[in-house]
Write a protein that binds this ligand. Sequence first.
Ligand code: FES
Ligand SMILES: [Fe+2]
Length: 394
Amino acid sequence: MSVERLPGSDPYAATGVPEFGLRNYWYPVLAGWRLRRRPKAVKVLGEDIVLFRDRGKVYALSERCPHRGARLSRGKCLYPGSGTISCCYHGWTFNGETGRCVAKLMEGPDATLPRQPVVKSYPVREFRGALWVFVGDMGAVPLEEDLPECLAATAEWQGISTWRSYRCNWRILKDNLCHDLHAPLLHRNSPELMFQPIFTHASRIAAVPLDDGKGIGYTARDGITEADYPGLGHFPPRRETWYRVLKPVGRGRDIDPAALATAKHGVKYRQSSLLPGITLIGRPSGNYYVCRWVTPIDADRTLYYSFSLFRRRGMLRNVANRVFWGLWLSWVHDWIFSDQDKRVLEAVIPGQELLSRSDIGVVAWRRFVLTHRRRPPEVARAAAVEEITRPAAE
Ligand code: FES
Ligand SMILES: [Fe+2]
């Protein structure tokens, strides 16, 4: 179910977080194995892009043929090895690297060709089984610059990826991943949490900027497990808790720095939000992370790319991790747990929000985006000049 709204009206404009996502970052857009001989159309941050593969190498161009607007994903690579794609309509043929038109097949080899690139080309990489595209208004940074370390270091981390698409704006999905204390309620009966001790009430959330300036880490403490609500009764209701034999010990507290110092690896924050729309959740041991990457498609659709990352610790353990993921994590977490969120998020009615204490993580993320998102150097410079020369009276 998607929510209807007037074109051009952004219900979250007041947050300042762009409706179509943060430009000038890399995004995972498609599983590599899904791109074979046929070109594929994808939409990222509202931009229509065609991906095609020629002799193993992947290219990304703007999808619209500049001649008369046919979709280049309907065309094909007619000359293998040339790195070109030909439009299916009149045969204009484009270089996948530069976006230049190199031939007009219906006009003969002596046809006049535009000197400048006529189709936008996008930097594209294949990595960790996914195709990544840099969408923005500046030269691409190296892909590794945008990846959390556990995702970038393939020699040390084993990764398994899945994806889903959501019928909601990317901000609704990313806010959901900002440690906003919905899990103890919404997911309390998921198989993953059913037999775990969980906190059922708000603990105090705080957000701390990370040293590298790429995101914020969350801390939580003072969680309580149950309470009596005047006029209502006990929460959680007794009939819901009879099977919860485990006592909630330790969860919801900050990670003990002493334990962290002695741990071999260890994570500083169990949960963090990173630019451009990443949520990193780690186990205290530091041997497992789940990296959720939110890729905006357009105003009302979002691609949700999920990487489960296990530290490589010998062949047997690597196999065991894959089995564990296949038999348990994949359906319990990536499917059922996420589905509980999906059903809520796709039905959210956008509008003014009444934020509360449990939203500290969401508010911190929104503020962080405004101050720290990457901008082309000339735009960042102009903003800095304006900042320091603004009249004092303002
Ligand atoms: S529309 Fe593409 S060649 Fe004419
Ligand atoms: Fe959730």
